[in-house]
Design a protein around this ligand. Structure first.
Ligand SMILES: *Cc1c(COP(=O)(O)O)cnc(C)c1O
Length: 369
């Protein structure tokens, strides 16, 4: 069968995927008739209740437009201007938010720490804490952890609890950037509470955009004292949606029937499939253990350029020879195979010609635009 269509799904980011059917249906449903604005509608209260049910605790929930706002405002709820936040050196809060956390906290400093696979450890945190405790350095007040991490790895409940122990001993609050929280959860197979409040997390930026909603993340406070006056903080930041039901309803669609975990598990499965398939190609090296929905592979730069010329979108965020391949809720096994076949064709054109083709390559039908 000759394929003539262009690549429709890429491995650039899970935010390149569309709205999942469950979220879309809820959005359409919420569009009927009038509803009260600014969160006074039944969709918003339903979404908040579903989040409380999900975490099996009486947490406080606020919706904002995106993850950067959720992170910045959450950190501002823990820190004052003279504080500092410990985070990993690849953290989104440091690298991808244009100084949002510093801005929203009014000047708190982010201190970036190293760690294998994008993860912080009690050791690296303890050592950072002991370096400076004097008046001349911003007082350490928070730890920001990303779950799943920017490197596609996950913190286990035990790892989180060990970090929380250090945090408690030193009076630090814990913020979790959960842009891919569902992927971490699906990977670990534990209840949501096991990697949040039971593991010492004070406030979670609960992401759903990459999981299938069109827009909107939730700031979830397990520590009620920190939530004090958050609605004013969010409003001032321009993060209070007037037609709030359109942020909240897709969450209802995702959470009420368990679609959020099904989609995350699917994305993770596609990622494992991709990793397995790529490992079979000579010259391809996996850089981190793929535990969520990202695969990082080392490839020759010329091959990366050729894949881009063939029309494949993906990023090399950590170095020119390091490709990050993200799977989303809508990634299919044939997307995985099409990408792998194109890569295989570029890596070893002669051996490929001899082998019987498993799937027709889409490379030839695609021009470089
Ligand atoms: C996508 C992402 C966010 C949120 O980014 P926004 O573009 O602000 O919504 C936050 N943290 C991580 C780790 C992410 O990958």
């Amino acid at each position: 069968m000759k394929k003539t269509h262009p690549i429709s799904r890429h491995f650039a980011s899970d935010n390149n995927a569309g709205i999942c059917p469950e979220a879309f249906a809820a959005l359409a449903h919420a569009n009927a008739n009038h509803a009260v604005g600014y969160g006074g509608d039944r969709w918003t209260s339903r979404a908040c209740n579903l989040i409380r049910k999900t975490f099996e605790t009486d947490c406080q929930v606020f919706f904002v437009f995106n993850g950067s706002a959720a992170n910045g405002l959450a950190l501002a709820s823990i820190c004052r201007s003279y504080h500092s936040v410990l985070c990993h050196e690849v953290a989104h809060v440091e690298n991808d938010e244009c100084g949002g956390p510093e801005f929203f906290t009014g000047g708190a400093k982010l201190r970036c720490l190293p760690g294998k696979g994008g993860k912080l450890t009690p050791q690296v945190i303890t050592s950072a804490l002991s370096q400076r405790t004097d008046l001349h350095f911003p007082k350490t007040r928070a730890i920001s952890l990303t779950q799943a991490t920017e490197m596609g790895t996950v913190y286990t409940p035990a790892e989180l609890r060990a970090i929380a122990k250090v945090a408690r001993r030193n009076g630090l609050g814990i913020h979790m950037d959960g842009a891919r929280f569902a992927n971490a959860l699906a990977s670990l197979g534990v209840p949501p509470k096991a990697i949040t409040w039971q593991a010492g997390v004070d406030v979670l930026s609960f992401g759903a955009t990459k999981n299938g909603v069109p827009v909107g993340e939730a700031v979830v406070f397990f520590n009620h004292a920190l939530a004090s006056e958050f609605e004013w903080r969010a409003k001032q930041a321009g993060q209070l949606a007037s037609k709030m039901r359109f942020i909240a309803a897709p969450w209802v669609g995702l959470l009420s029937g368990g679609a959020w975990l099904r989609h995350a598990a699917h994305a993770n499965r596609m990622c494992r499939l991709l990793a397995r398939r790529l490992k079979r190609i000579a010259g391809v090296r996996l850089l981190h253990r793929p535990q969520a929905n990202a695969v990082f592979v080392e490839l020759p730069q010329a091959i990366i350029e050729s894949l881009h010329r063939q029309g494949w979108h993906f990023y090399t965020l950590t170095g020119p020879t390091e490709a990050r391949l993200m799977c989303a809720w809508d990634t299919t096994p044939s997307d995985v195979e099409a990408f792998a076949a194109d890569l295989e064709g570029l890596m070893a054109p002669t051996s490929r010609r001899r082998a019987p083709a498993r799937t027709p390559s889409r490379g030839s039908s695609r021009s470089a635009h």
